[in-house]
Design a binder for this molecule. Structure first.
Ligand SMILES: [Zn+2]
Length: 130
């Protein structure tokens, strides 16, 4: 996922979202006004770690695109939900709610954002629940 350079905080190297001081909502990318109360949003670095809310492996795409690739939604601790590319050679080790960490890689005029599972292999849910 391409991230414009102005969406990255130069001090922390984290994504820059919008935060509403009135209702505490955070959003990325930051819209012009708070989508909940229409108040002003202040720029604020977002957490670089979150939890994988949902994901899907994509097996079709334009010519030249490396397939398959994985996309998903990542929930940050402040409630922000991001659509994201997830690093995974296959989706068999991914699990919802697993911790993921953001890495930003320079890419032309911005960055390529990839969320990587924080542990190499998720525990088997059936075993973990037993
Ligand atoms: Zn608000």
């Amino acid at each position: 996922m391409h991230i414009p350079s102005e969406h990255v905080d130069s001090d922390s190297g984290r994504l820059l979202g919008g935060h509403c001081e009135h209702c505490q909502l955070s959003a990325y990318p930051a819209p012009p006004r708070c989508p909940s109360c229409l108040g002003p949003l202040a720029a604020r670095p977002l957490a670089a770690e979150g939890k994988l809310y949902s994901y899907a492996m994509i097996h079709a795409g334009p010519r030249g695109r490396r397939l398959p690739y994985t996309v998903g939604y990542v929930d940050l601790p402040d409630g922000t939900r991001l659509f994201a590319h997830v690093a995974a050679d296959d989706d068999t080790h991914l699990r919802t709610d697993m911790p993921v960490r953001l890495s930003l890689h320079p890419d032309g005029s911005g960055y390529r954002a990839i969320w990587t599972p924080s542990w190499p292999s998720a525990p088997n849910k059936e075993v973990a629940d037993a």
